[in-house]
Each structure stands twice: as structure tokens, then as C-alpha cells.
Design a protein around this ligand. Structure first.
Ligand code: RRO
Length: 306
């Protein structure tokens, strides 16, 4: 019998616990990703990388909102050719599964970047088909089941590594999108990316972010993300990674009860410190013990009514 009640097998990856660093929070540096592993994360996800470098949007790119933050970074990244050597190095440093987030402007580009990341040593790729505010990529692909299917099929054909698909909450029916991703061969679904939002400065009478609109994350979006996980689990068999405002062990347990096999933590890390991973893992362990469950596997989807 497995003696670690927190261990999770997901998309072919063995996680010592169900908490992972969400994409976009700590960038790309292998050392800072390993610090998060040492603080207790069961896996780490990089910021999204594309085929060619991108500068991103000018400042301001982040603004504090009530119970969360709104960002429009604009996908700043070094491009996969430069990042591939960091991926190779990261594999010698990292002690937990290493997931590289990738994006592209076409199915071919997603496949090329995913292949390069996997060849360099990524344990899995997470397809960013949900960035809410960069044209011709992200959610423009992830809200279109046909395009999404093409992207996932081409990525699956280009690599044998697990393919995780990060979904957008900014759609009419997330279940339809999750079903398309699952049918196209996604090994896991991350639900969800940020919620489209805006902040306005009454003094200047202008939007605060240089890009005008951005994506809201943090506790404000938790009930939306939780509903997305619940809805997907009800209809789709592919494993789910919950993401959206998870700050405490109770938040994490709620996502697992809704149907998540693992959770990603982002904004809580930006607002607290890396100890949040250990605090959440300890809390989940205490909950399992108190409720007399032997492992988290026993509670995945337990809140579903049918
Ligand atoms: O870089 C960003 O502005 C960004 C991305 Br790629 C994303 O997927 N989600 C988000 O809120 N911001």
C-alpha cells in the first residue's frame, strides 16, 4: 500500500503531493523553480514560452484589485531556442516534475515549441490556450473547439510526453471545450486561467493597465474556478488540475472534492511566500486523517451529487 496519502498520479506523472506552482508566477529560472520545489510543491510549471522571443506589454502590467490581482503581462518570454538550454539545466537541478507551458499562433507553432521543450527535457507540456488578452493565441484558440482540437492533435503527434491543456473560464460552456480537448487526446486539463477584467483610475479617468484589459486571479475568482472544475468533472473523464484563487488548505480540499486530482497555486505565492505549499499540504494531510481517508484519491470528486 502507498504510505504517502498525498501522492498523486496524473497524466503519467508521479507527484509526491497534489500542489503545483501555477504558470506565470515565477518565470523560467531553474533556481527559483527549485526553491518552490524545496518549499513543498509537488510539481512546477514555467511561464509560457513561444517559438520566438516577445517583449510583452509596457508597464503598468499588474494592478491590485479587491481580493486579487489583474495582470496583462503580454506573454514576455525568451523564445524556445534560448530557453531550451535552461530546460536542459533545469532537469539537473529540479527534484519534482517539470512542466513547460507553451503557446503558439498556430497548431504548427504549438507543436514545434512543445517538441523542442520535450526534447530538451520537460516532463510534460501545458498548452496555454487561455491567455485572455494576447491576439491570435491563448483563448482565441482555446474558445474554438475546432482550432483547439487541431492544436492538441498536432502537439500529441509531435511528442510522447504528457500534454496538459489549460482552459479559459471566459467561455459560454467550458464543458464543451473540455470535451473537445479530451477527445483530441489531452492527458489532463488545468481549470482555469484568469478571468477577463479591467481596472480604472478615477483620478486620470483612464484604464490602469497599458493593455486596458487583463486577467483577474486570486481569491476573487475561486468560486468561478471551482464551478468550472465541478462542471468538467461531471462530464469528462480526463484528470483535472484545479487553478484559481487557491490560498488555504481548505480551498485545495474544496477543489479536490469538486473533481481535481491536483491543484496549482499562483497568486497566493505572489501575496504570501513559498511556505504556502507546505501549509496547504499539512492542512490536507490533517483533513484526511480527521475524516479517516487513506489518500486524496478517495476524495477526488466526492462533492459531486450524482
Ligand atoms: O502573460 C500574460 O499576460 C498572461 C498569460 Br500568458 C496568461 O495565460 N494569463 C494571464 O493572466 N496573463
Amino acid at each position: 500500500m502507498n504510505s504517502n496519502p498525498l501522492s498523486t498520479r496524473l497524466a503519467g506523472l508521479e507527484l509526491r503531493n497534489p500542489t503545483a506552482l501555477a504558470s506565470g508566477i515565477l518565470g523560467y529560472s531553474p533556481e527559483s523553480l527549485q526553491r518552490i520545489a524545496e518549499a513543498g510543491a509537488g510539481a512546477v510549471v514555467t511561464k509560457s514560452v513561444g517559438l520566438t522571443p516577445r517583449v510583452g506589454y509596457p508597464n503598468p502590467t499588474v494592478v491590485q484589485a479587491n481580493c486579487g490581482i489583474i495582470n496583462a503581462m503580454g506573454l514576455p518570454n525568451p523564445g524556445i531556442a534560448e530557453y531550451a538550454s535552461e530546460i536542459r539545466y533545469a532537469k539537473t537541478v529540479l527534484t519534482v516534475p517539470f512542466i513547460v507551458s507553451v503557446y503558439g499562433y498556430s497548431a504548427e507553432e504549438y507543436a514545434a515549441v512543445a517538441k523542442a521543450a520535450a526534447t530538451a527535457g520537460a516532463d510534460a507540456v501545458e498548452l496555454n490556450v487561455s491567455c485572455p488578452h494576447v491576439k491570435e493565441t491563448g483563448s482565441e484558440i482555446g474558445q474554438n473547439p475546432k482550432l483547439l482540437t487541431q492544436v492538441i492533435r498536432q502537439v500529441k503527434a509531435a511528442t510522447s510526453k504528457p500534454v496538459i491543456v489549460k482552459l479559459s473560464p471566459n467561455v459560454t460552456d467550458i464543458v464543451e471545450i473540455a470535451q473537445a480537448a479530451s477527445a483530441a487526446g489531452a492527458d489532463a486539463l488545468t481549470a482555469v486561467n484568469t478571468v477577463r477584467a479591467i481596472a480604472i483610475d478615477a483620478e486620470t479617468a483612464l484604464p490602469i493597465l497599458s493593455n486596458t484589459r487583463g486577467g483577474l486571479s486570486g481569491p476573487a475568482v475561486k468560486p468561478i474556478a471551482l464551478r468550472c472544475v465541478y462542471d468538467i468533472y461531471e462530464k469528462v473523464k480526463t484528470p483535472i488540475i484545479g487553478c484559481g484563487g487557491i490560498t488555504t488548505w481548505k480551498d485545495a480540499v474544496e477543489f479536490i472534492l469538486a473533481g481535481a486530482s491536483a491543484v496549482q497555486i499562483g497568486t497566493a505565492l505572489a501575496q504570501k511566500n513559498p511556505a504556502v505549499f507546505q501549509t496547504i499540504n499539512r492542512g490536507i494531510t490533517a483533513y484526511l486523517k480527521k475524516k479517516k481517508y487513506r489518500s486524496i484519491k478517495e476524495i477526488v470528486g466526492k462533492a459531486q451529487r450524482n
